[in-house]
Design a protein around this ligand. Structure first.
Ligand SMILES: C[S@@+](CC[C@H](N)C(=O)[O-])C[C@H]1O[C@@H](n2cnc3c(N)ncnc32)[C@H](O)[C@@H]1O
Length: 199
């Protein structure tokens, strides 16, 4: 594969810091700006592989916190209070999370990304489906006042999805981290303070 200097720079920096993927810098930026995670939190990380977000989340939530990762692929990280479910999120049931002794979580992170096809519309729709699933999981597992971070490949459905999120959460922002490639359509919903009363 042809090397990309931008990609190489961030990937190298991530490796130096002990993270398996450069995507960690996006979560670091999100955390610095929106203070999503705090010590002691229980975090559900959807699309966790290879594990950078889970590892960073673990560092913020500390030894009293917990991180549950879910992915189709294996993760390359392991640490105390980390649980990993190798699963398709469309087949994930809340009972599997509850079986780990976790009733509800404080934060749901979703860096889920479909396999891109090169067709922007198809990629957008697949990514919308992943966000919709993350929302369904939120209604089952997120605590009142909890937060959700969800990646989307931007497109015509983004405003509709934002409206949906605004019914469920007190505050919703769209954020493009500096460490995300400018040419990439990815952007993140940062949804704070889940309102169980919306259900
Ligand atoms: C951008 S990567 C996540 C990187 C991760 N946040 C990290 O920092 O290491 C997106 C992940 O979403 C996962 N994924 C995509 N669709 C999925 C699905 N239906 N169920 C579970 N995982 C899925 C992919 O396997 C991939 O590992």
């Amino acid at each position: 594969m042809k090397s990309n200097p931008w990609f190489d720079k961030w990937a190298k920096k991530a490796k130096e810091l002990g993270y398996p993927a450069r995507s960690v810098f996006k979560l670091i930026e999100i955390q610095e700006k929106f203070k999503i995670l705090k010590a002691g939190d229980t975090v559900l990380d959807l699309g966790a592989a290879p594990g950078s977000w889970s590892k960073y989340a673990h560092q913020v939530v500390g030894e009293k916190g917990k991180v549950i990762g879910v992915d189709l692929e294996e993760v390359k990280v392991n640490f105390p209070n980390f649980f990993f479910l190798k699963k398709n999120i469309f087949e994930l049931s809340s009972e599997e999370v509850k079986a780990l002794g976790i009733e509800k979580v404080d934060v749901i992170l979703s860096d889920l990304a479909p396999k891109t096809t090169g067709n922007k519309w198809v990629d957008h729709i697949k990514s919308v489906e992943l966000v919709e699933k993350a929302l369904e999981i939120s209604t089952e597992l997120l605590k009142e006042g909890g937060h959700l971070v969800a990646k989307i490949f931007e497109g015509p459905q983004t405003p509709l999805l934002r409206k949906k999120l605004e019914k469920m959460f007190q505050k919703v922002n769209l954020f493009k981290p500096k460490s995300s490639r400018k040419e990439s359509k990815e952007i993140f919903f940062i949804a704070k303070n889940f309102k169980r009363s919306f259900l």
